[in-house]
Design a protein around this ligand. Structure first.
Ligand SMILES: [Cu+2]
Length: 300
């Protein structure tokens, strides 16, 4: 009996994390503020909710669809260099589809599923928008317009789209692809890891493990130092060239009719007198400094 009980307890304990993973706070009693704008006190928000008005050009609702989209840091792990992502980067629906989106935020921060470019007579600012601080779930419904068009879906929290939380939703055939959709289209601004191969959409889709990101070996300060050194060298080169060009006519006249060994001897002699002059100047300077230091002020 004890054995049976302990087995039951152990199996229950093991199932707790699994059950916990499936549980999200549901924001399903939102207050309707009109114009498809719904909110609750817990930070859940829906904008552009439209479950019954047909967009112009739609004879009827072509299909009724429901999707569940997750958002979170963990979904960006397969996209090198990205921090946030949806679990799906591309959606496709028939024109005039009535679409319900169940948006699940898996992170402990705020995320959005924001769709742009919708007709403004029906959707305020052309947006349909789900937003919630997670981990939590929020749902909203809209009716997609007719025609082939590609809509941007993103999270508008500062830097979340730039860091990967971006997708595209094609109605019908769509009208092209949007840039920088992780795993779908190439990034507009490619990170510069200099020595490693650029990460293309094809590489991410085809072979994630083989393309595992190699951490850039060159650290930024080292690179900056190198650049500084290079600029110093080029500065010295210019000065050297200028001196050479100025001295060349004078030296050419001087060396006329001299043999190679005579020239070398002359140059060394010149250098020796230059060094002597500099040493003399320096020692004079030091003497001057010492003598002025030892001077006593008048009246003391
Ligand atoms: Cu976000």
């Amino acid at each position: 009996m004890v054995k049976l009980l302990s087995v039951a307890i152990i199996s229950f304990l093991f199932s707790v994390p699994v059950m916990a993973a499936e549980e999200y706070e549901e924001h399903n009693s939102l207050m309707n503020h009109g114009d498809g704008h719904l909110m609750d006190m817990g930070g859940g928000m829906v904008m552009g909710q439209n479950a019954d008005t047909l967009p112009g050009g739609c004879e009827e609702i072509s299909e009724t669809k429901e999707i569940t989209v997750h958002a979170g840091h963990k979904f960006a792990e397969k996209f090198p260099g990205r921090m946030f992502a949806f679990d799906t980067q591309e959606f496709n629906f028939k024109p005039c589809t009535k679409l319900t989106v169940h948006f699940i935020n898996d992170d402990n921060i705020r995320h959005q599923w924001m769709m742009h470019g919708l007709p403004k007579y029906l959707y305020n600012k052309g947006m349909f928008h789900l937003e919630v601080t997670g981990p939590a779930k929020i749902s909203g419904t809209l009716i997609l317009p007719p025609g082939d068009k590609t809509y941007l879906v993103h999270c508008d929290i500062a830097q979340h789209m730039e860091k990967g939380m971006k997708a595209q939703l094609k109605v019908g055939k769509g009208d092209g692809d949007l840039p920088s959709i992780p795993g779908v289209t190439d990034y507009v601004i490619q990170d510069d890891y200099s020595d490693i191969q650029p990460i293309t959409a094809a590489a991410v889709a085809g072979n994630v493990s083989a393309q595992a990101p190699v951490v850039a070996t060159k650290s930024a300060p080292a690179a900056a130092q190198k650049q500084k050194d290079e600029s110093m060298i080029s500065g010295m080169t210019v000065i050297g060239l200028a001196i050479g060009l100025l001295l060349a006519p004078f030296l050419a006249r001087k060396f006329k009719g001299m043999s190679a060994s005579e020239i070398v001897a002359y140059v060394f002699d010149l250098l020796r007198s230059a060094v002597e002059l500099i040493v003399k100047l320096l020692s004079d300077l030091v003497k001057l400094a010492i003598s002025s230091k030892n001077k006593t002020l008048p009246g003391n």
